[in-house]
Design a protein around this ligand. Sequence first.
Ligand SMILES: Nc1ncnc2c1ncn2[C@@H]1O[C@H](COP(=O)(O)OP(=O)(O)OP(=O)(O)O)[C@@H](O)[C@H]1O
Length: 224
Amino acid sequence: MDLEIDNLACRRAGRMVFRDLDFRLGAGEAAALRGPNGVGKSTLLRVLAGLIPAAGGDARLGDISLARDRGAFQERVAYAGHLDAVKPALGVAENLAVWAGLHATDAGRVAAALERFGIGHIAGHPAAQCSAGQKRRLGLARLLVIDRPLWLLDEPTVSLDAASSALVAELVREHCAKGGMALIATHIELGLGAGPVLEMHPPQVAGQAAEHGDAADPFLEGAW
Ligand SMILES: Nc1ncnc2c1ncn2[C@@H]1O[C@H](COP(=O)(O)OP(=O)(O)OP(=O)(O)O)[C@@H](O)[C@H]1O
């Protein structure tokens, strides 16, 4: 199964964040998603996760179109966002058990995922008492609880120590070896070796946004 991004566009708060975006990712490939702060990396991942609507274009996973069948597209995607989405009121293992239940997957995967991320020994602890790195590992452990061909990872190594960052790279490699795909927004080198890169660029021409009827970014305007 391939990922094909075709002429994709997204508008937020009335402003075009990106447009005319084309990219292709083949089965077994992991791509780095790069670009300066605010260029739209997280936005793209959230569009592909079906969390915010596209303003145009489409993305396809095999024969499933995001524009035509968002639900089916989402069922092929696992998204790990900036925030860990860990429920602090639940225990560490409970967090993953709820996730497994939501996706009707084998609860037996929970213990294996916790062990793999080195947090099996705190399975019974309240998630609220986890360190930032432990919370991040718990959030990422959800990737192993459900089977999705496309992983969308937004700065997955934030708060992680060197060993855990290396583990993320190892898991991505394993996922790809099984035919999976990953699109990873990262400002650091993950150690995945040479692979496809999706580089996002801010508009080159100062008047470009206005030409397309988009409001200018007030923060950038002030900075310039
Ligand atoms: N909730 C929101 N509502 C409206 N606009 C938003 C929202 N979140 C982000 N934006 C805008 O969308 C644009 C892209 O933001 P995004 O977070 O996708 O960038 P990014 O490339 O991931 O940045 P970073 O490298 O800093 O994480 C920015 O101009 C930002 O101001």
